[in-house]
Design a binder for this molecule. Sequence first.
Ligand SMILES: Nc1ncnc2c1ncn2[C@@H]1O[C@H](COP(=O)(O)OP(=O)(O)OP(=O)(O)O)[C@@H](O)[C@H]1O
Ligand SMILES: [Mg+2]
Length: 401
Amino acid sequence: MVRTVAALPEFYLAAARHHADAVVVVGLAASGWLACRSHAARHGAARELSSAACGIAFAAAAAGAALASRFLPLPTGIEPALEASLLLSRATLLGMTALLCAVAFLAANRSALLRAELRDRAEAERRLQHAKAAADEASRAKGDFLAVMSHEIRTPLNAVMGFANLLRESPLDDIQRSHVATIIAEGARLGALMNDILDLSKIEKGSLTLECVPFAPAEIAQDVLRLFGPRAAQRAVELRLEESDLSDLVVNGDPLRFRQILVNLVDNALKFTPRGSVTIALAWTKPSKPGGLGGLRTAVRDTGIGIEREKIAGLFQMFTQADSSTTRRYGGTGLGLAICRRLAALMGGEISVRSEPGQGSEFAVALPFRAEAAAAEPVVRLRMPATVPVRTAPVFGKRLA
Ligand SMILES: Nc1ncnc2c1ncn2[C@@H]1O[C@H](COP(=O)(O)OP(=O)(O)OP(=O)(O)O)[C@@H](O)[C@H]1O
Ligand SMILES: [Mg+2]
């Protein structure tokens, strides 16, 4: 033991005699506190650093130093063995005090950083919620504006169309007749656009409610075929229906919206198919248990211009067309597929596309329906009004009767 004490550096012994080691511990505690504060401030956690915890840690250090000085002094001229044991006890007490104090400061600092992080996250979440509420509000305002505008435009448009139709029936020369035909065709296009915008704003606002009545999908497909028949014949495109014996199938759902999807898809298929065929294919997957939901897959296949792979994903966004020249060459505004996707989603289904440039495309809608037990008659039947000018304004056919 004596040898160990002799091996201790002389300056520590001297320092301990003058209580400099205790002063150093108190000084270290004070600098630890300052370091803690500046570290927390650098990380934006000054407010979260607990002064009470730091104060207690500092007080503990001061108490340890006071205890060491009071009960473990090192007067000169005492027995070397006693001196050694006093020195060891003093060093242990001060060392433990310094260690405890360091741990307390570290813990206070860490918890301040954690609390600051939590505060930042809560703040960010609050800001996000505000931004979302503002965006929702803006989107609602935009939707309302669109709905009101399209409504307001539709009213005078109906009058214009009515008088244009009356004018067509009056005695006109060839040039006047062609002018009136242009007014009617363009008016019908504008009407279809207004209707699309109205539908979209209704869907976006969540105010579009679906019906649930029994209807026969095959009948609706036939009806759509009849609607587009003249236009297909005019372009020498074959239009056909492929249904694996679904004539008896009656499902519960919204026939108008189902028809709207089909009309949009067939309208596109015909528009982008200069030659060849357009096929509507219906397939029914029975429910796994009686009374459950079955799956109706309605595909519209064409042998048209097709779509490049990288363009496909964007087609379902509003006002998006595969090509910037599409509007000029084929007309349209890029709303049809956006409506189809939203309607399909509203009905609990989805729409998918397969396409090969130059080969053709297939747009398929998969919708869940509950099948009706084979109904003898009361099935919803849809008819377009006899006056729909399919030939002169094919886009008008997109709209429901
Ligand atoms: N069958 C198809 N073959 C090739 N391209 C297609 C087909 N269907 C859709 N597209 C592409 O997807 C784009 C978006 O179709 P969508 O029906 O949304 O708009 P649109 O037909 O151009 O205009 P709108 O339907 O509003 O009259 C089309 O412009 C076209 O580029
Ligand atoms: Mg379209």
